[in-house]
Design a protein around this ligand. Structure first.
Ligand code: IPE
Ligand code: IPE
Ligand code: MG
Length: 246
């Protein structure tokens, strides 16, 4: 189990991204409906946010609902949307208390009005907070995000505001939903699935990947710390040799 005292505070990732997976299987194991898993998953979110605040992590980005997730049975989608509304409503005081700024990325206009309003309200209310930036990826597809950036940039070229030869990584990143955020150094996925599922494809180009078979509702602060400890043991070479680094 990861313990907080083992973590080297001088070597923390600035940005951690998580694919919170396994809620449905967790519920099924217990003979319950999938929504029971989602509800318990919300408790893991709380624990991980608490851990990130304790460590003074800059950015935590949680894959909460993918664009592809709209294809799930309507009853599950509705239950998840309601859970998002209730969770934000319940946690907003904690965010204010802990100086957390809530942020969201994705095609937010597809969210039901109630969910959209609760979210944007909470984002407004926490906009002056200067601690952890908690980003929910909602109705999110990385390929869509990249296409949107390409279109924005093409429009600027067409309007004569930008020259093709001046398009570089920085300009490209300025047109992603994650504009202004550092790229995640660590990506965690729970539930023993070893895939990226259309999450932050550009941004994780050099992220360290951490997979655990724990199902998301079982994931707690110690598991989060464990992932950070594992990250700290890795040598990030960025194409260089080990000798060059040492
Ligand atoms: C992750 O858990 C939550 C969402 C995708 C909304 P799942 O609902 O995908 O759970 P499994 O993968 O079916 O167990
Ligand atoms: C990815 O989980 C999306 C979220 C965690 C919100 P899924 O469970 O939807 O991913 P796939 O479809 O199994 O790859
Ligand atoms: Mg899943």
């Amino acid at each position: 189990m990861g313990s907080r005292d083992q973590i080297d505070l001088s070597k923390l990732p600035k940005h951690i991204a998580i694919i919170m997976d396994g809620n449905g299987r967790w519920a099924k194991e217990k003979g319950k409906l999938r929504v029971f898993g989602h509800r318990n998953g919300a408790l893991s979110v709380r624990a991980v946010v608490e851990g990130a605040v304790e460590l003074k992590i800059g950015y935590l980005t949680l894959y909460t609902f993918s664009l592809e997730n709209w294809n799930r049975p309507k009853i599950e989608v509705m239950a998840i949307m309601e859970l998002i509304v209730n969770t934000i409503h319940r946690e907003i005081e904690t965010f204010m208390d802990k100086n957390v700024r809530l942020n969201a990325i994705g095609d937010l206009d597809l969210l039901p009005n109630k969910c959209y309003n609760e979210l944007t309200n909470a984002m407004d209310k926490t906009s002056g907070n200067t601690g952890l930036v908690l980003t929910l990826a909602l109705s999110y597809s990385s390929r869509r995000e990249i296409l949107r950036a390409v279109r924005n940039i093409a429009d600027k070229v067409n309007a004569g505001e930008l020259r093709t030869e001046d398009i570089d990584e920085e300009i490209f990143e300025d047109n992603l939903f994650t504009k202004g955020m550092p790229n995640p150094e660590l990506l965690i996925r729970t539930s023993g699935e070893y895939r990226i599922s259309n999450y932050l494809l550009w941004q994780i180009a050099y992220a360290e990947l951490y997979f655990t078979t724990k199902l998301w509702p079982d994931f707690r602060k110690e598991d989060f710390f464990e992932a950070i400890l594992d990250y700290q043991k890795r040598e990030r070479r960025f194409g260089m040799t080990s000798e060059q680094l040492n």
